[in-house]
Ligand binder design. Sequence first.
Ligand SMILES: Cc1cc2nc3c(=O)[nH]c(=O)nc-3n(C[C@H](O)[C@H](O)[C@H](O)COP(=O)(O)OP(=O)(O)OC[C@H]3O[C@@H](n4cnc5c(N)ncnc54)[C@H](O)[C@@H]3O)c2cc1C
Length: 458
Amino acid sequence: MRVLIKGAGVAGLTSAHELVARGAEVMVSDPSPGFASAASWYAGGMLAPWCERESAEEAVLTRGIGAADWWEAVLPAGSVHRNGTLVVAPPRDAAELKRFASRTSGFRWIGAEEIGALEPALAGRFRQALFFAEEAHLDPRLALSTLRQGLEAQGVVFSGGPIDEGRFDLTIDCTGAAQIGDIEGLRGVRGEMLYLQTEEVALSRPVRLLHPRIPLYIVPRSGGLFMCGATMIESDDAGPMTARSLMEILNGAYTLHPAFAEARLVETGTGVRPAYADNLPRVSRHESTITVNGLYRHGFLLSPALAEEVAALALGQPCGRPLPNPPPQGGGAKQPLRSPAIFDHRARCKGRDRGGGNAAEEAPPPCGEGLGRGEIRRVWRGMRKGFSERKCPMKFTINGEEHELPATTVADLLLLLEYEGEWLATAVNGELVHGADRARHRLSESDRIEILSPMQGG
Ligand SMILES: Cc1cc2nc3c(=O)[nH]c(=O)nc-3n(C[C@H](O)[C@H](O)[C@H](O)COP(=O)(O)OP(=O)(O)OC[C@H]3O[C@@H](n4cnc5c(N)ncnc54)[C@H](O)[C@@H]3O)c2cc1C
Protein backbone atom coordinates (compact mmCIF):
# COMPACT_ATOMS: atom_id res chain seq x y z
CA MET A 1 0.00 0.00 0.00
CA ARG A 2 1.30 3.47 -0.94
CA VAL A 3 0.66 6.03 1.77
CA LEU A 4 1.21 9.79 1.75
CA ILE A 5 1.66 11.38 5.16
CA LYS A 6 1.10 15.13 5.26
CA GLY A 7 2.93 16.78 8.14
CA ALA A 8 6.27 15.83 9.67
CA GLY A 9 5.47 16.69 13.28
CA VAL A 10 5.29 14.04 15.95
CA ALA A 11 1.91 12.71 14.72
CA GLY A 12 3.19 12.32 11.14
CA LEU A 13 6.54 10.75 12.01
CA THR A 14 5.19 8.27 14.54
CA SER A 15 2.46 7.24 12.08
CA ALA A 16 5.09 6.83 9.36
CA HIS A 17 7.15 4.66 11.70
CA GLU A 18 4.24 2.34 12.48
CA LEU A 19 3.18 2.09 8.83
CA VAL A 20 6.69 1.32 7.57
CA ALA A 21 7.04 -1.31 10.29
CA ARG A 22 3.92 -2.98 8.85
CA GLY A 23 5.28 -2.96 5.30
CA ALA A 24 3.57 0.12 3.82
CA GLU A 25 5.38 2.25 1.22
CA VAL A 26 5.40 5.72 2.79
CA MET A 27 6.18 9.24 1.60
CA VAL A 28 6.10 12.26 3.93
CA SER A 29 5.31 15.77 2.72
CA ASP A 30 5.85 18.96 4.69
CA PRO A 31 6.37 22.36 3.06
CA SER A 32 8.32 23.66 6.03
CA PRO A 33 12.06 22.97 5.97
CA GLY A 34 13.26 21.56 9.28
CA PHE A 35 10.71 21.37 12.06
CA ALA A 36 10.44 25.06 12.95
CA SER A 37 6.74 25.40 12.09
CA ALA A 38 5.74 22.23 13.96
CA ALA A 39 4.35 22.57 17.49
CA SER A 40 6.34 19.42 18.19
CA TRP A 41 9.59 21.38 17.96
CA TYR A 42 8.66 23.51 20.98
CA ALA A 43 7.46 20.70 23.23
CA GLY A 44 8.85 19.92 26.66
CA GLY A 45 9.05 16.22 25.83
CA MET A 46 7.49 15.21 29.14
CA LEU A 47 5.92 11.76 29.13
CA ALA A 48 3.86 12.56 32.18
CA PRO A 49 0.50 10.76 32.10
CA TRP A 50 -0.04 10.93 35.87
CA CYS A 51 0.74 14.65 36.18
CA GLU A 52 -1.33 15.47 33.11
CA ARG A 53 -4.31 13.79 34.76
CA GLU A 54 -4.52 16.94 36.88
CA SER A 55 -6.42 18.55 34.02
CA ALA A 56 -6.81 15.77 31.45
CA GLU A 57 -9.22 12.90 31.00
CA GLU A 58 -8.60 9.35 32.19
CA ALA A 59 -7.93 8.29 28.57
CA VAL A 60 -4.80 10.45 28.51
CA LEU A 61 -3.46 8.45 31.44
CA THR A 62 -4.46 5.02 30.18
CA ARG A 63 -3.26 5.62 26.61
CA GLY A 64 -0.16 7.54 27.66
CA ILE A 65 1.23 4.99 30.10
CA GLY A 66 2.89 2.99 27.29
CA ALA A 67 4.54 6.00 25.62
CA ALA A 68 7.90 5.75 27.38
CA ASP A 69 8.24 2.08 26.33
CA TRP A 70 7.41 2.94 22.72
CA TRP A 71 9.95 5.76 22.55
CA GLU A 72 12.56 3.65 24.30
CA ALA A 73 12.13 0.91 21.70
CA VAL A 74 12.46 3.37 18.80
CA LEU A 75 15.18 5.79 19.96
CA PRO A 76 18.85 5.04 20.78
CA ALA A 77 19.56 3.82 24.31
CA GLY A 78 19.63 6.61 26.87
CA SER A 79 17.28 8.92 24.94
CA VAL A 80 14.35 8.32 27.28
CA HIS A 81 14.99 9.37 30.87
CA ARG A 82 12.82 7.36 33.22
CA ASN A 83 13.55 9.14 36.47
CA GLY A 84 10.22 10.74 37.26
CA THR A 85 8.79 14.21 37.73
CA LEU A 86 9.08 16.44 40.78
CA VAL A 87 6.19 18.80 41.57
CA VAL A 88 6.98 21.59 44.03
CA ALA A 89 5.36 24.77 45.34
CA PRO A 90 6.69 27.57 47.52
CA PRO A 91 5.32 27.39 51.09
CA ARG A 92 2.83 30.22 50.36
CA ASP A 93 1.31 28.08 47.57
CA ALA A 94 1.17 24.85 49.60
CA ALA A 95 -2.57 24.66 48.88
CA GLU A 96 -1.73 24.24 45.18
CA LEU A 97 0.28 21.13 45.99
CA LYS A 98 -2.68 19.64 47.86
CA ARG A 99 -5.01 20.54 45.01
CA PHE A 100 -2.65 18.91 42.48
CA ALA A 101 -2.39 15.80 44.67
CA SER A 102 -6.17 15.57 44.95
CA ARG A 103 -6.50 15.40 41.16
CA THR A 104 -3.70 12.96 40.37
CA SER A 105 -2.34 9.54 41.33
CA GLY A 106 0.94 7.67 40.94
CA PHE A 107 2.94 9.97 43.26
CA ARG A 108 4.22 10.02 46.79
CA TRP A 109 4.67 12.96 49.11
CA ILE A 110 8.30 13.65 49.91
CA GLY A 111 9.95 16.04 52.35
CA ALA A 112 12.87 18.45 52.16
CA GLU A 113 15.49 15.75 52.68
CA GLU A 114 14.35 13.58 49.79
CA ILE A 115 13.88 16.61 47.53
CA GLY A 116 17.54 17.43 48.17
CA ALA A 117 18.57 13.84 47.51
CA LEU A 118 16.72 13.73 44.18
CA GLU A 119 17.69 17.22 43.05
CA PRO A 120 20.65 18.57 45.05
CA ALA A 121 20.21 21.98 43.39
CA LEU A 122 16.83 22.30 45.12
CA ALA A 123 18.08 21.27 48.59
CA GLY A 124 16.62 23.52 51.28
CA ARG A 125 14.38 25.38 48.83
CA PHE A 126 11.09 23.46 49.26
CA ARG A 127 9.57 21.72 52.27
CA GLN A 128 7.29 19.32 50.41
CA ALA A 129 6.93 17.89 46.94
CA LEU A 130 5.05 15.27 44.97
CA PHE A 131 7.28 12.71 43.29
CA PHE A 132 5.86 10.90 40.25
CA ALA A 133 8.52 8.18 40.02
CA GLU A 134 7.17 6.38 36.93
CA GLU A 135 7.18 9.37 34.60
CA ALA A 136 9.76 9.97 31.89
CA HIS A 137 11.03 12.64 29.52
CA LEU A 138 12.92 12.93 26.26
CA ASP A 139 14.37 15.65 24.05
CA PRO A 140 11.68 16.20 21.40
CA ARG A 141 14.09 17.72 18.88
CA LEU A 142 16.39 14.73 19.12
CA ALA A 143 13.42 12.39 18.93
CA LEU A 144 12.01 14.05 15.79
CA SER A 145 15.39 14.16 14.03
CA THR A 146 16.16 10.54 14.94
CA LEU A 147 12.76 9.34 13.76
CA ARG A 148 13.19 11.17 10.47
CA GLN A 149 16.70 9.80 9.90
CA GLY A 150 15.49 6.28 10.69
CA LEU A 151 12.64 6.61 8.19
CA GLU A 152 14.95 7.98 5.49
CA ALA A 153 17.31 5.06 6.09
CA GLN A 154 14.36 2.75 5.38
CA GLY A 155 13.64 4.46 2.06
CA VAL A 156 10.95 6.94 3.12
CA VAL A 157 11.12 10.05 0.91
CA PHE A 158 10.51 13.47 2.50
CA SER A 159 9.23 16.16 0.14
CA GLY A 160 8.61 19.87 0.59
CA GLY A 161 7.10 20.43 -2.85
CA PRO A 162 3.67 19.86 -4.39
CA ILE A 163 2.56 16.21 -4.48
CA ASP A 164 0.08 14.41 -6.74
CA GLU A 165 -2.08 12.74 -4.09
CA GLY A 166 -3.71 10.58 -6.77
CA ARG A 167 -0.56 8.42 -6.81
CA PHE A 168 -1.31 7.15 -3.31
CA ASP A 169 -3.82 4.63 -1.99
CA LEU A 170 -4.21 6.55 1.24
CA THR A 171 -3.41 9.99 2.68
CA ILE A 172 -2.80 10.50 6.39
CA ASP A 173 -3.34 14.14 7.33
CA CYS A 174 -1.17 15.10 10.31
CA THR A 175 -0.97 18.82 9.63
CA GLY A 176 -1.93 19.89 13.16
CA ALA A 177 -2.89 23.53 13.64
CA ALA A 178 -2.84 24.14 9.86
CA GLN A 179 -6.29 22.52 9.84
CA ILE A 180 -7.85 25.09 12.16
CA GLY A 181 -10.79 26.52 10.24
CA ASP A 182 -11.07 23.40 8.07
CA ILE A 183 -11.97 20.94 10.83
CA GLU A 184 -15.00 21.94 12.85
CA GLY A 185 -14.19 22.51 16.51
CA LEU A 186 -10.41 22.42 16.11
CA ARG A 187 -8.77 25.35 17.88
CA GLY A 188 -5.28 26.54 18.75
CA VAL A 189 -3.76 26.80 22.21
CA ARG A 190 -0.70 28.99 22.03
CA GLY A 191 2.31 27.73 23.96
CA GLU A 192 5.29 30.01 24.49
CA MET A 193 8.52 28.59 25.82
CA LEU A 194 12.16 29.48 26.19
CA TYR A 195 15.56 27.88 26.59
CA LEU A 196 17.97 28.93 29.33
CA GLN A 197 21.57 27.79 29.50
CA THR A 198 23.62 27.72 32.68
CA GLU A 199 26.21 25.55 34.38
CA GLU A 200 25.14 26.96 37.79
CA VAL A 201 22.08 24.72 38.16
CA ALA A 202 21.82 20.99 37.51
CA LEU A 203 18.49 19.17 37.36
CA SER A 204 18.01 15.59 36.27
CA ARG A 205 14.24 15.45 35.77
CA PRO A 206 11.34 17.77 34.89
CA VAL A 207 10.35 20.01 37.78
CA ARG A 208 6.90 21.57 37.88
CA LEU A 209 6.50 24.67 40.01
CA LEU A 210 2.88 25.18 41.00
CA HIS A 211 1.39 28.64 41.25
CA PRO A 212 -2.29 29.62 41.31
CA ARG A 213 -1.91 31.80 38.24
CA ILE A 214 1.33 31.00 36.43
CA PRO A 215 2.45 27.39 36.80
CA LEU A 216 5.84 26.62 35.26
CA TYR A 217 7.85 23.58 34.33
CA ILE A 218 11.52 23.20 33.59
CA VAL A 219 12.83 20.23 31.63
CA PRO A 220 16.59 19.67 31.67
CA ARG A 221 18.39 18.97 28.39
CA SER A 222 22.02 18.14 27.77
CA GLY A 223 24.67 20.89 27.57
CA GLY A 224 23.34 22.92 30.51
CA LEU A 225 20.12 23.72 28.61
CA PHE A 226 16.73 24.00 30.29
CA MET A 227 13.44 24.14 28.44
CA CYS A 228 11.09 26.40 30.41
CA GLY A 229 7.42 26.61 29.65
CA ALA A 230 4.81 27.04 28.81
CA THR A 231 1.92 29.41 28.38
CA MET A 232 -1.58 28.11 27.63
CA ILE A 233 -3.37 30.85 25.73
CA GLU A 234 -6.56 30.33 23.76
CA SER A 235 -5.21 31.57 20.43
CA ASP A 236 -3.79 30.19 17.20
CA ASP A 237 -1.32 33.06 16.92
CA ALA A 238 2.12 31.52 16.34
CA GLY A 239 3.86 34.89 16.52
CA PRO A 240 6.83 35.65 18.77
CA MET A 241 6.60 35.37 22.53
CA THR A 242 5.20 38.41 24.33
CA ALA A 243 7.16 40.40 26.90
CA ARG A 244 4.60 39.46 29.57
CA SER A 245 4.98 35.73 28.95
CA LEU A 246 8.75 36.08 28.92
CA MET A 247 8.71 37.89 32.27
CA GLU A 248 6.32 35.40 33.84
CA ILE A 249 8.29 32.33 32.80
CA LEU A 250 11.58 33.92 33.85
CA ASN A 251 10.02 34.88 37.19
CA GLY A 252 8.99 31.27 37.69
CA ALA A 253 12.47 30.01 36.84
CA TYR A 254 13.95 32.50 39.29
CA THR A 255 11.54 31.32 42.00
CA LEU A 256 12.61 27.74 41.39
CA HIS A 257 16.27 28.67 41.65
CA PRO A 258 17.78 32.20 41.80
CA ALA A 259 20.80 31.05 39.77
CA PHE A 260 18.55 31.02 36.71
CA ALA A 261 18.76 34.84 36.84
CA GLU A 262 22.33 34.56 35.55
CA ALA A 263 21.49 32.00 32.86
CA ARG A 264 21.80 32.86 29.18
CA LEU A 265 18.46 33.20 27.40
CA VAL A 266 19.30 31.28 24.23
CA GLU A 267 15.91 30.88 22.57
CA THR A 268 12.27 31.85 22.80
CA GLY A 269 9.63 30.11 20.73
CA THR A 270 5.94 29.59 20.17
CA GLY A 271 4.02 26.50 19.14
CA VAL A 272 0.30 26.23 18.51
CA ARG A 273 -1.19 23.11 20.08
CA PRO A 274 -4.09 21.80 18.01
CA ALA A 275 -7.02 20.93 20.29
CA TYR A 276 -10.67 19.93 20.20
CA ALA A 277 -13.17 21.20 22.78
CA ASP A 278 -12.62 18.19 25.06
CA ASN A 279 -8.83 18.37 24.61
CA LEU A 280 -8.74 14.77 23.39
CA PRO A 281 -7.26 13.76 20.03
CA ARG A 282 -9.23 12.23 17.18
CA VAL A 283 -8.37 9.71 14.50
CA SER A 284 -11.01 9.71 11.79
CA ARG A 285 -11.33 8.30 8.29
CA HIS A 286 -13.18 9.79 5.35
CA GLU A 287 -12.84 7.82 2.12
CA SER A 288 -9.09 7.55 1.41
CA THR A 289 -7.99 10.12 4.00
CA ILE A 290 -7.26 9.44 7.64
CA THR A 291 -6.98 12.53 9.83
CA VAL A 292 -5.09 12.60 13.11
CA ASN A 293 -5.41 15.80 15.06
CA GLY A 294 -6.12 17.50 18.38
CA LEU A 295 -3.02 16.22 20.18
CA TYR A 296 -3.20 19.34 22.37
CA ARG A 297 -0.49 19.22 25.07
CA HIS A 298 0.03 15.47 24.71
CA GLY A 299 1.71 14.98 21.34
CA PHE A 300 4.70 12.99 22.57
CA LEU A 301 2.66 11.25 25.23
CA LEU A 302 -0.16 10.06 22.99
CA SER A 303 1.28 9.82 19.47
CA PRO A 304 2.63 6.26 20.00
CA ALA A 305 -0.88 4.98 20.80
CA LEU A 306 -2.42 7.09 18.03
CA ALA A 307 0.16 5.92 15.48
CA GLU A 308 -0.70 2.29 16.23
CA GLU A 309 -4.34 3.18 15.80
CA VAL A 310 -3.65 4.92 12.48
CA ALA A 311 -1.66 1.98 11.14
CA ALA A 312 -4.37 -0.48 12.15
CA LEU A 313 -7.06 1.67 10.55
CA ALA A 314 -5.01 2.19 7.39
CA LEU A 315 -4.16 -1.45 6.87
CA GLY A 316 -7.39 -2.91 8.21
CA GLN A 317 -5.54 -4.75 10.96
CA PRO A 318 -6.62 -5.14 14.56
CA CYS A 319 -5.11 -2.51 16.83
CA GLY A 320 -4.08 -5.02 19.48
CA ARG A 321 -5.82 -2.99 22.17
CA PRO A 322 -9.20 -3.42 23.79
CA LEU A 323 -11.89 -1.55 21.88
CA PRO A 324 -13.73 0.64 24.36
CA ASN A 325 -16.40 1.83 21.91
CA PRO A 326 -18.32 -0.24 19.37
CA PRO A 327 -17.67 0.90 15.78
CA PRO A 328 -20.25 3.51 14.70
CA GLN A 329 -23.19 1.82 12.98
CA GLY A 330 -24.71 2.72 9.65
CA GLY A 331 -22.45 5.68 8.73
CA GLY A 332 -23.07 6.51 5.07
CA ALA A 333 -20.20 6.71 2.61
CA LYS A 334 -19.94 10.48 3.07
CA GLN A 335 -19.98 10.19 6.84
CA PRO A 336 -16.52 10.58 8.43
CA LEU A 337 -15.85 7.34 10.30
CA ARG A 338 -14.38 7.45 13.77
CA SER A 339 -11.86 4.69 14.29
CA PRO A 340 -13.14 2.01 16.67
CA ALA A 341 -10.21 2.31 19.05
CA ILE A 342 -10.68 6.05 19.44
CA PHE A 343 -10.32 7.50 22.91
CA ASP A 344 -13.18 6.52 25.11
CA HIS A 345 -15.35 9.58 25.44
CA ARG A 346 -17.43 7.81 28.03
CA ALA A 347 -14.48 8.14 30.38
CA ARG A 348 -14.87 11.90 30.61
CA CYS A 349 -14.84 11.89 34.38
CA LYS A 350 -12.92 9.80 36.87
CA GLY A 351 -14.48 6.43 37.56
CA ARG A 352 -17.70 7.09 35.64
CA ASP A 353 -19.18 5.28 32.67
CA ARG A 354 -22.37 6.68 31.31
CA GLY A 355 -22.52 4.07 28.54
CA GLY A 356 -24.56 4.83 25.45
CA GLY A 357 -21.68 5.09 22.93
CA ASN A 358 -21.93 8.19 20.78
CA ALA A 359 -24.99 9.45 22.61
CA ALA A 360 -22.74 10.12 25.60
CA GLU A 361 -20.94 12.75 23.54
CA GLU A 362 -24.10 14.78 23.28
CA ALA A 363 -25.10 14.37 26.91
CA PRO A 364 -24.00 16.79 29.60
CA PRO A 365 -20.79 15.53 31.16
CA PRO A 366 -21.09 13.74 34.49
CA CYS A 367 -18.85 16.36 36.09
CA GLY A 368 -21.79 18.75 35.78
CA GLU A 369 -23.74 16.84 38.43
CA GLY A 370 -24.77 19.00 41.32
CA LEU A 371 -25.82 21.86 39.04
CA GLY A 372 -29.39 22.59 38.02
CA ARG A 373 -30.58 21.29 34.64
CA GLY A 374 -30.42 24.72 33.00
CA GLU A 375 -26.97 25.27 34.40
CA ILE A 376 -25.78 21.87 33.17
CA ARG A 377 -26.92 22.74 29.67
CA ARG A 378 -25.24 26.12 29.89
CA VAL A 379 -22.01 24.58 31.20
CA TRP A 380 -22.03 21.98 28.46
CA ARG A 381 -22.66 24.59 25.77
CA GLY A 382 -19.71 26.53 27.17
CA MET A 383 -17.54 23.42 27.02
CA ARG A 384 -18.50 22.71 23.44
CA LYS A 385 -17.40 26.23 22.54
CA GLY A 386 -14.05 25.10 23.89
CA PHE A 387 -12.34 26.44 26.96
CA SER A 388 -8.81 25.90 28.06
CA GLU A 389 -9.01 22.83 30.28
CA ARG A 390 -12.02 20.95 31.52
CA LYS A 391 -12.14 20.22 35.22
CA CYS A 392 -14.42 18.72 37.75
CA PRO A 393 -16.28 21.53 39.48
CA MET A 394 -14.82 23.81 42.13
CA LYS A 395 -16.77 26.00 44.52
CA PHE A 396 -16.65 29.75 43.92
CA THR A 397 -18.47 32.76 45.27
CA ILE A 398 -19.54 34.74 42.22
CA ASN A 399 -21.03 38.17 42.86
CA GLY A 400 -21.85 37.02 46.39
CA GLU A 401 -23.52 33.74 45.38
CA GLU A 402 -22.16 30.22 45.81
CA HIS A 403 -21.53 28.36 42.52
CA GLU A 404 -19.93 25.04 41.67
CA LEU A 405 -18.43 25.13 38.20
CA PRO A 406 -15.72 23.23 36.26
CA ALA A 407 -13.73 26.37 35.40
CA THR A 408 -9.96 26.58 35.49
CA THR A 409 -9.44 30.21 34.57
CA VAL A 410 -11.40 33.45 34.69
CA ALA A 411 -11.88 33.14 30.91
CA ASP A 412 -13.37 29.65 31.37
CA LEU A 413 -15.75 31.00 33.95
CA LEU A 414 -16.97 33.79 31.67
CA LEU A 415 -17.45 31.27 28.87
CA LEU A 416 -19.39 28.90 31.11
CA LEU A 417 -21.61 31.70 32.39
CA GLU A 418 -21.97 32.97 28.82
CA TYR A 419 -20.70 36.46 29.46
CA GLU A 420 -19.70 37.99 26.16
CA GLY A 421 -18.49 41.34 24.88
CA GLU A 422 -15.80 43.82 25.77
CA TRP A 423 -17.59 45.69 28.55
CA LEU A 424 -16.77 43.52 31.50
CA ALA A 425 -14.75 43.99 34.64
CA THR A 426 -13.53 41.01 36.64
CA ALA A 427 -11.87 40.68 40.03
CA VAL A 428 -10.68 37.65 41.96
CA ASN A 429 -10.37 37.88 45.74
CA GLY A 430 -10.52 41.66 45.50
CA GLU A 431 -7.83 41.98 42.82
CA LEU A 432 -8.74 43.30 39.40
CA VAL A 433 -8.10 40.81 36.56
CA HIS A 434 -7.69 42.62 33.25
CA GLY A 435 -9.15 41.23 30.02
CA ALA A 436 -5.76 40.20 28.66
CA ASP A 437 -5.05 38.18 31.82
CA ARG A 438 -8.28 36.23 32.07
CA ALA A 439 -7.17 33.23 30.01
CA ARG A 440 -4.15 32.70 32.22
CA HIS A 441 -5.55 33.67 35.62
CA ARG A 442 -6.03 30.27 37.24
CA LEU A 443 -8.81 29.85 39.76
CA SER A 444 -8.64 28.01 43.06
CA GLU A 445 -11.31 26.42 45.20
CA SER A 446 -13.28 29.03 47.23
CA ASP A 447 -12.15 32.03 45.17
CA ARG A 448 -14.37 35.12 45.43
CA ILE A 449 -15.10 36.43 41.97
CA GLU A 450 -16.79 39.67 40.99
CA ILE A 451 -18.07 40.12 37.45
CA LEU A 452 -19.42 43.52 36.48
CA SER A 453 -21.28 43.90 33.20
CA PRO A 454 -23.47 46.76 31.93
CA MET A 455 -27.25 46.41 32.17
CA GLN A 456 -28.84 45.85 28.78
CA GLY A 457 -30.47 48.98 27.41
CA GLY A 458 -29.44 51.01 30.45
C1 LIG B 1 5.30 24.82 24.37
C2 LIG B 1 4.77 23.43 24.19
C3 LIG B 1 5.13 22.43 25.09
C4 LIG B 1 4.65 21.13 24.91
N1 LIG B 1 5.07 20.14 25.76
C5 LIG B 1 4.67 18.87 25.56
C6 LIG B 1 5.16 17.82 26.38
O1 LIG B 1 5.97 18.05 27.29
N2 LIG B 1 4.72 16.55 26.16
C7 LIG B 1 3.84 16.26 25.15
O2 LIG B 1 3.48 15.09 24.99
N3 LIG B 1 3.37 17.23 24.34
C8 LIG B 1 3.75 18.52 24.53
N4 LIG B 1 3.29 19.52 23.72
C9 LIG B 1 2.25 19.21 22.74
C10 LIG B 1 2.82 18.69 21.44
O3 LIG B 1 3.90 19.46 21.04
C11 LIG B 1 1.71 18.74 20.36
O4 LIG B 1 0.62 17.98 20.81
C12 LIG B 1 2.23 18.12 19.08
O5 LIG B 1 3.36 18.82 18.66
C13 LIG B 1 1.21 18.14 17.95
O6 LIG B 1 1.82 17.41 16.91
P1 LIG B 1 1.29 17.39 15.44
O7 LIG B 1 2.19 16.47 14.69
O8 LIG B 1 -0.17 17.12 15.44
O9 LIG B 1 1.44 18.89 14.91
P2 LIG B 1 2.76 19.69 14.54
O10 LIG B 1 3.90 19.29 15.40
O11 LIG B 1 2.38 21.13 14.54
O12 LIG B 1 3.11 19.23 13.06
C14 LIG B 1 2.30 19.59 11.96
C15 LIG B 1 3.20 19.65 10.73
O13 LIG B 1 2.35 19.76 9.58
C16 LIG B 1 3.02 20.59 8.64
N5 LIG B 1 2.05 21.06 7.66
C17 LIG B 1 1.20 22.12 7.77
N6 LIG B 1 0.46 22.22 6.63
C18 LIG B 1 0.85 21.21 5.81
C19 LIG B 1 0.43 20.76 4.51
N7 LIG B 1 -0.54 21.37 3.83
N8 LIG B 1 1.05 19.68 3.97
C20 LIG B 1 2.03 19.02 4.64
N9 LIG B 1 2.45 19.40 5.88
C21 LIG B 1 1.86 20.46 6.46
C22 LIG B 1 3.67 21.66 9.49
O14 LIG B 1 4.75 22.29 8.79
C23 LIG B 1 4.14 20.84 10.69
O15 LIG B 1 5.47 20.41 10.49
C24 LIG B 1 3.76 20.83 23.85
C25 LIG B 1 3.40 21.83 22.95
C26 LIG B 1 3.90 23.12 23.11
C27 LIG B 1 3.53 24.18 22.11
